[in-house]
Design a protein around this ligand. Sequence first.
Ligand code: AMP
Length: 395
Amino acid sequence: MLNKLTIDDISVKGKKVLLRCDFNVPIVDGKITDENRITEELPTIKKLLSDGARLIMCSHLGKPKGYDESLSLKPVAERLSELLSMDIKFISTPDVVNDEVRALAEGLKDGEAMLLENTRFRKEETKCEEAFSEDLAGICDIFVNDAFGTAHRAHCSNVGVAKLKDVSAIGYLMEKEVSFLGNAVEDPVRPFAAILGGSKVSSKISVINNLLDKVDLLVIGGGMAYTFLKSCGVKVGKSLVEDEYLEYAGEMLKKAEEKGVKLLLPVDNLAVKEFDNDAPSRIVDGDLMDDEMAVDIGPKTVALFSEALKNAKTVVWNGPMGVFEKPNFAKGTYEIAKLLSELDATTIIGGGDSASAVNNLGFGDAMTHISTGGGASLEFLEGKELPGIAAVMDK
Ligand code: AMP
């Protein structure tokens, strides 16, 4: 179990607490189009405020190169003010921390809060360079990291600042993420199944390898399945294939066999000749023609996967079963999401595309846990230590 200090272990009354949040929300024309990441953060914020912290929140937003008004956190400050029914003070400056911001932080009373500007407006942020880490450490007494989505990166606002403070802790959201993902992988109720999909084998090599040591069943769909199928001699036409990973795919199939892990691949697929939602399509059992590409799993595959998954007690899912962004290629992903929503099991959705697929398809509420971090949850499933968590003090 995670041995990090949490906000339940520290005393924050009258202290300036810098809270690293993940407010990386989609903003279109100044309007937040999905506020999930903000509402998920509210329990930690409310706890710190009710304990009398002087709260200074920070987050990154998007990938700005220097100051970019369209990536200002101002809309987030305004929404937080509404959601918390209180004034969330905010100063927009390319420096993120300057004298005016320091004065504002210094003037906070117990239970008051402010938000800093987008941490990535500072070029030092993603390089974890001292100048910005020191600016952040200089305005607070205690550092709390609750941004799971960036925990796999070592930046100033999570790792740099944590190292400079005598007291650091994790927030409730981080604790929740780590306990769901951690328990699932380290101490799962069995049978334990993983479903992997998405585009490439190359981006999930270590995940496949690590999960094969843990799971009872591994289901592979989506673009990455076709490298595996090709390695078994199936003709996959123009489907997404990474030829340089054919050998690796073969090794993983062998490893599964040696470990007694059941590994399932698609047996039929939806094939098109043009990568277009309205292109003519057909369901193909086995070999594709040279000019066809597979864009979704077929009905026999859905039935095969469903039958194997139905007794699972823990399921981790990362990566869609097809090109789910196109409605005509989303059926396989939809069917798997629906199946998971009906299972009597702990269902954990790795962030990123699988999370948006499950939410967009309307099954979000039926899952046990949907991770807020795509890259971070993947690295967690790889068995790696996340720097943003490692930097926080142990209990
Ligand atoms: P990832 O980021 O690796 O999880 O991949 C997600 C992406 O994989 C989505 O944008 C899907 O459209 C894409 N994807 C899923 N299945 C396929 C497929 N059969 N062919 C090409 N791309 C796919």
